[in-house]
Design a protein around this ligand. Structure first.
Ligand code: I6G
Length: 679
């Protein structure tokens, strides 16, 4: 018979262990154990809690499960109001903010002659929430609401994996209110929308809407299935915690208690420092895993903050400097269909030009006819157009209440707008396709562009204009024709100089030595992207084996599902495709035959390498390919398991993380020397 004290201490130890694993995985980005070990400890805790429910700890990680559906949310009164922030939309407005601060401090007889120090942080595009901890235990979570009264969403917030249910470390205050943003990463959002689509459910317009919709669920089980995350931006009420002297120290202390804080915050000098941070982050914005809609600057010194105080609904000491809007209203002038490499017909809307996110936009993709019909976009419509980073602008939705009579639904053309070939659209598919293959000039042009592109056979110097001319003149009818181009033929082309012709022929010759993965990718097989091509090459080792594989054999490869397997088998059974492959090989395109044995010993073998910043002497793709050939694993984030971080120009947060974790860094020169010595 086990005594009560032993039950309690065993359960507390299991809770602490699972929480430590959670913290390492979700907050520190440094998993301590494999998933299987995590599951084992977690299940052990579940078992103890089932056997001894009376001893269940309220902050046990098993309490992250949702539980029963609620009828409504209870109201929560914020004892310290949850304010909003004033906005600035230009550098000038930020300078005025700085000037206002200096003037006010002067009237308060506070000298800040040396200039002000600011805490600068990303403004996440999420939902502001408050988390209340009593004696380190998470007891209540609420929305911002109108700033005075929010809604109690404790059970939903408990399902957000990186919110600690119990704080770590020492000197934990009796009461601590943490404020921050709940958001969805871009990757999480895409995965969620894929699942929504597969289940025939409504798609979310953007990560913010998805996060908002997920948090305000009466059924916490639904919230639990959504990939939400949290980053703190400050504190609300506290008891028994003498506040540190600066905002940055507050954030550092929150982090030591296990609360996630944005890793890319900075302490900067003066308004110039703020603007430098803003412009640097704006350039990096697309590479961040989550959406941000601007940055926030706060006077770092808490004594100054208190002296500056508040206006009605916003602190005087802080401002949000917004990025240019990524969504705007405009009108659809016309819709036409473009034919892509695989024959897919993409409806493209031509728009009244509009400035979106600082860029003039006059066209937007509708992706496919299914999507165009789902959004019911018509010529003449007023639409919301969105441009996020490098992504092609797209139409988010239509303002149907502005539609006039006589504006008709979009129709799919019967024939290909480029070659007049047959267009088909299987009923269960969203996309329509021209079936003419490489005899359709549009498909031929796009296939050739793909074939020469950087990640395919990387033939330098063959720009789109040359391909268009060669297709028009009938000089290239499939990729193998590149290898039969001659100097006299090239010199007959409009505006072709002798030097360019030589360079092109040299690049074509050089491209004959390639890798199986690049060759596969270059073929432009539907559904076979760069990663799938690499996986296929790694698995089968020879082209012959891939061509001979049936759907079952193909599905043994990581990431190859039924759709990819079907596309591949279709491709490999098409006589025309096999002829092109043969012609390419006869023209001399080849790759080293790979033996099944592991790569030979070298310093990179089995090591984990992260590349950060801009490399001057080799492209990222080259570096990755060469490292992988040497048996290294190239990953995107720095953890304790990283062996080397290769630091290029303008490296940012990954370098900081490497320094923090004590991971060895290599300059580009050191990296190249090591690489060359290993090859
Ligand atoms: O740093 C912040 C980020 C986002 C904030 C903030 C915010 O609201 C969504 N709100 C306040 C009131 C403060 N900082 C001080």
């Amino acid at each position: 018979m086990i005594d009560a004290a032993s039950i309690q201490s065993t359960m507390a130890a299991l809770v602490a262990q699972v929480e430590a694993y959670n913290y390492a995985y979700f907050v520190a980005d440094n998993p301590l154990v494999p998933d299987s070990e995590y599951d084992r400890v977690y299940q052990a805790l579940v078992k103890w809690e089932q056997d001894y429910p009376a001893y269940c700890l309220p902050y046990s990680p098993t309490k992250r499960v949702g539980g029963a559906k609620a009828a409504s949310f209870r109201s929560v009164q914020h004892s310290v109001p949850m304010l909003s922030l004033d906005n600035a939309f230009s550098d000038e407005e930020v300078f005025s903010f700085g000037q206002r601060l200096m003037e006010r401090l002067k009237t308060l007889a506070i000298g800040a002659e040396g200039g002000l120090i600011f805490a600068a942080e990303p403004k996440l595009d999420g939902l502001a929430v408050s988390l209340l901890y009593r004696s380190g235990e998470f007891i209540q979570g609420s929305t911002r609401g109108d700033g005075q009264t929010g809604e109690d969403i404790t059970r939903n917030l408990k399902t957000v994996r990186n919110i600690p249910l119990k704080l770590r470390g020492d000197a934990i205050p009796d009461l601590l209110e943490v404020r921050g943003e709940v958001f969805m990463t871009k990757g999480g959002f895409q995965a969620l929308n894929r699942r929504q689509k597969d289940a025939g459910d409504k798609l979310f317009a953007n990560p913010r809407n998805a996060a908002a919709g997920s948090l305000r669920q009466l059924d916490p089980e639904i919230t639990r299935a959504r990939p939400l995350q949290f980053y703190a931006y400050g504190n609300g009420q506290v008891q028994d915690w003498p506040l540190p002297s600066s905002h940055s120290l507050v954030m550092a202390q929150l982090a030591t208690w296990g609360i996630p804080v944005p890793p890319i915050s900075a302490v900067v000098q003066g308004i110039e420092g703020c603007l430098h941070y803003y412009h640097a982050l704006r350039l990096k914005r697309d590479q961040l895993p989550y959406d941000i809609d601007g940055v926030v600057y706060k006077v770092d010194d808490i004594a100054y903050q208190q002296a500056l105080g508040f206006v009605t609904r916003a602190p005087r000491f802080a401002i949000a400097h917004k990025f240019p809007a990524e969504e705007q209203l405009t009108q659809v002038l016309a819709i036409d269909f473009q034919v892509g490499r695989t024959g897919a017909l993409t409806p493209v809307a031509h728009l009244t030009p509009v400035l979106v996110g600082g860029v003039h936009v006059s066209n937007a993709t509708l992706h496919n006819i299914g999507e165009a019909h789902r959004k019911d976009v018509r010529v003449g419509d007023t639409v919301i157009v969105r441009r996020a980073g490098d992504v092609i602008p797209e139409i988010v939705s239509v303002l149907t209440d502005r539609r006039l009579a006589g504006m008709l639904p979009l129709e799919l053309p019967d024939a290909c707008p480029v070659c007049g070939g047959v267009v088909t659209k299987p009923v269960d598919m969203a996309a329509a396709r021209c079936m003419a293959g490489l005899s359709c000039p549009a498909q031929l042009r796009e296939s050739l562009k793909h074939f020469v592109s950087r990640k395919a056979l990387a033939i330098d110097g063959i720009g789109d204009k040359w391909i268009e001319q060669w297709v028009e003149k009938g000089l290239v009818r499939n990729p193998s024709d590149f290898y039969h181009l001659t100097l006299p033929t090239l010199l007959q082309c409009d505006r072709m100089a002798e030097r360019s012709a030589h360079n092109i022929l040299q690049a074509i010759e050089a491209s004959k030595q390639t890798s199986l993965a690049r060759f596969l990718y270059a073929l432009g097989i539907r559904e076979v992207g760069e990663a799938t091509a690499k996986a296929l090459a790694k698995h089968f080792l020879t082209l012959e084996a891939i061509l001979a594989a049936d759907a079952d054999a193909l599905r043994q490869v990581t990431d190859v599902g039924p759709v990819v397997a079907e596309a591949l088998t279709l491709f490999c059974h098409d006589k025309a495709n096999l002829n092109v492959i043969q012609a390419l090989r006869e023209a001399g395109v080849s790759w080293p035959s790979v033996s099944a044995e592991a790569v030979s010993d070298n310093p990179f073998k089995t090591k984990t390498v992260v590349l950060t910043g801009t490399l001057e002497h080799l492209s990222r793709e080259d570096a990755i390919e060469r490292l992988q050939r040497l048996g290294a694993k190239v990953t995107g984030s720095v953890t304790r398991k990283t062996t080397w971080v290769v630091v290029g120009a303008n490296a940012g947060s990954k370098l900081a993380r490497a320094t923090e974790l004590g991971v060895e860094t290599l300059t580009e020169d050191q990296f190249l020397t090591k690489l060359q010595a290993s090859e």
